[in-house]
Design a protein around this ligand. Structure first.
Ligand code: SDX
Length: 435
């Protein structure tokens, strides 16, 4: 992992006592350097303070880099635009897990291994039966993924590289199966077993949409669009759900439990739940005449409403994934013969108006990955409740790659942030009759 400890440093001086401390600067291979504050408390008796970790580097990582100002995203040095156009999801998964694109033999072995781990233990079916039919698929996925650790005792030893690899491949292979089962369960339809003659995206569509009463042929256009959507959602530096996986993993929790924690964090509407929230928002706006009303709500400091699908902690330019998604949107709708999709028209109108609005320009709020994804997924036949589930299927690859990198990082130890205490100072207990 390329990082350069140079002689450069920042000197921090307490302007009352005159005390100062030199804090080394660490430089990565690209992007902002970091100020190494590990010795800060020992030398100053002070912690850093950064709610939301907006400017805090939690780890060294070689997997993904985002240039927020330029709107660029790359995995292992390869731009997301190139990977979306030329690669496939399992090849991106291999790249994230191993740091290099696979050669032909490596790709064939990896594809074969993933394909032959897609079935889940038949007992797991009983877990689904415990949920109400109207349970949110994310609630089901979160619960059943955590339950996987009860079935795979042979791959929960995080310090055994072989068990790490087996657990990683099991999670990548089984997440689509569990996601499709959650979808089928919510519709009261029978589960489909995976098919080894189909590729990853085709198999997922088969498990979601095939019914026993007729032959289901996977539409290659939809399979290609699904594979691209999975690539676009695979990994994204230390976002909220990935940081959750790393923090859970830092305690030594098994990888299945860590991924379940990541699914829970992804569910929030400020994060992966935004794709579902975008569709709900577009349905609520309903007509282009109401767009100014919602833009004003989004600008109003006193209104908690946020324009879902807009803004990002890191991107202060177009999310490159949103651009690919928007192009794919048009492709899928055209291929499906959906000439006028009112939601897409509304979304494009909303994007055009928002991008010209002084508030959005000043705050550098651009469409993010969630703005268009829901429109494609709806056109493909998925209900909004499944959108974040699909995000979780894709992000499992990023989560488990980041988890593996953390386990292998000699610098990593249990995550344990500190705080600025603002509660009462020490006081004696007051008996009930004296309160
Ligand atoms: C994902 O981190 C990742 O990489 C995440 C992700 C991934 O791949 O893992 O990219 C996936 O989560 C994409 C984001 C999906 N979420 C949404 O679309 C929800 C709407 N967006 C906002 O909630 C918000 O933009 C966040 C949560 C995405 C970013 O939060 P930040 O960085 O904490 O932004 P902020 O709230 O500090 O915003 C800065 C300013 C604020 O105004 P001021 O306090 O400076 O006056 O911009 C405003 C915010 O009020 N703002 C918005 C807005 N987003 C930010 N105002 C209206 N509408 C919005 N969407």
């Amino acid at each position: 992992m390329a990082d350069r400890q140079n002689t450069n440093s920042f000197t921090l001086t307490n302007n009352q006592t005159g005390e100062s401390v030199d804090l080394p600067i660490l430089e990565g291979s690209v992007g902002p350097g970091v100020i190494d504050v590990r010795a800060l408390y020992a030398n100053t008796g002070h912690f850093t303070f950064d709610p939301g970790f907006g400017v805090t580097g939690s780890c060294k990582s070689a997997l993904t880099f985002i240039d927020g100002d330029e709107g660029k995203l790359m995995h292992g040095g390869y731009s997301i635009d190139e990977l979306a156009e030329k690669s496939d999801f399992l090849e991106v998964a291999y790249l994230l897990l191993n740091g290099e694109l696979p050669n032909k033999a490596e790709k064939e072995e990896f594809d074969y291994a993933i394909t032959h781990h897609t079935m889940v233990h038949e007992q797991l079916v009983n877990f689904f039966r415990g949920f109400r039919r109207d349970a949110h698929p994310m609630a089901i996925l979160c619960g059943v993924t955590g339950a996987l650790s009860a079935f795979y005792h042979d791959s929960t030893d995080i310090n055994d590289p072989v068990q790490q690899m087996v657990a990683s491949r099991r999670l990548i292979a089984k997440m689509p199966t569990l996601a499709a089962m959650a979808f089928k369960y919510s519709m009261g339809q029978p589960f489909n077993y995976p098919r080894n003659d189909l590729n990853y995206a085709e198999n997922f569509l088969h498990m979601c949409f095939s019914v026993p009463t007729e032959t289901y042929e996977v539409d290659p256009v939809l399979a290609d669009a699904m594979d691209k959507i999975l690539i676009l959602h695979a990994d994204h530096e230390q976002n909220a759900s990935t940081s959750t996986v790393r923090l859970a993993g830092s305690s030594g929790a098994n990888p299945f439990a860590c991924i379940a924690a990541g699914i829970a964090a992804l569910w929030g509407p400020a994060h992966g739940g935004a794709n579902e929230a975008v569709l709900t928002m577009l349905d609520e706006i309903g007509d282009r005449s109401r767009i100014p009303e919602y833009i004003n709500k989004a600008r109003d400091k006193n209104d908690p409403f946020r324009l879902f699908g807009f803004g990002h902690r890191v991107y202060k330019n177009f999310d490159p994934r949103a651009k690919v998604m928007r192009d794919s949107c048009h492709e899928v709708l055209n291929k499906l013969g959906i000439k006028d999709e009112p939601l897409l028209d509304l979304a494009m109108e909303l994007e055009e108006i928002a991008l010209k609005d002084p508030y959005f320009i000043e705050k550098k709020l651009y469409p993010n990955v969630d703005f268009y994804s829901g429109i494609i997924l709806k056109a493909m036949g998925f209900p909004t409740s499944m959108f974040t589930v699909l995000f979780a299927v894709a992000r499992t690859v990023g989560w488990i790659s980041q988890w593996k990198e953390m386990i292998e990082d000699p610098l990593q130890r249990i995550g344990r942030p500190r705080q600025l205490y603002t509660g009462p100072t020490e006081r004696s207990y007051v008996e009930m009759d004296k309160r």
